[in-house]
Design a protein around this ligand. Structure first.
Ligand code: CMP
Length: 164
């Protein structure tokens, strides 16, 4: 491996985070656009797949929303077509991805963010992203088998990070 890449890997504290492109993102042909935004930012895609979620998975994933009035419509929406799940890696990836996605409510999301540029309503806010490093760890295990997560070197890191 390139010695500078080795240094970057040792000195930068990388995080991983989960993104789901929700059924509205899939129906509206925004999968490529969403992935492209993360790629252009410099995030590394380490896992990617299309899945059909079911009630068991949704009750675990949205357990903190299960008592909310909108849970039923959220669950119906999330099951209405497949979703695209991915794991992204990078420096402070959880916060960086949340900023790129924009706030939960698309009408309040800043222009330039995914929800700010493409969304109007709820629950159809195009993407889900992990809200903390701890949730990201749980969501990675919830959505991915170990052999679906890829370890590889991204030479682009030489142009993105600088070893301390
Ligand atoms: P997400 O980031 O996946 O986290 C919880 C989801 O619940 C959220 O995005 C929205 O899709 C949905 N949601 C949050 N608030 C509301 C609401 N008031 N009405 C309907 N859906 C909501």
């Amino acid at each position: 491996m390139n010695p500078d890449l080795e240094k970057i890997k040792k000195s930068v504290s990388f995080e991983r985070t989960v993104v789901l492109v929700k059924p509205d993102g899939l129906q509206r042909g925004l999968i490529g656009e969403v992935i492209s935004r993360f790629e252009r930012k410099g995030l590394k895609l380490v896992a990617l797949k299309m899945i059909q979620v079911d009630d068991t998975l949704l009750e675990a994933h949205y357990s903190h929303h299960i008592d909310k009035l909108f849970f039923k419509s959220l669950a119906e929406f999330m099951k209405s077509s497949p979703v695209v799940a991915m794991v992204l890696e990078g420096l402070e990836a959880v916060e960086v991805v949340r900023l790129l996605c924009g706030t939960t409510k698309p009408t309040a999301a800043v222009a330039g963010s995914i929800r700010g540029d493409f969304g109007m309503g709820l629950p159809a806010n195009i993407v889900h992203s992990s809200d903390s490093v701890e949730s990201a760890k749980e969501e990675i295990v919830r959505f991915f088998e170990q052999n679906e997560i890829f370890e590889y070197d991204k030479t682009e890191y030489l142009n993105i990070y600088f070893p301390d």
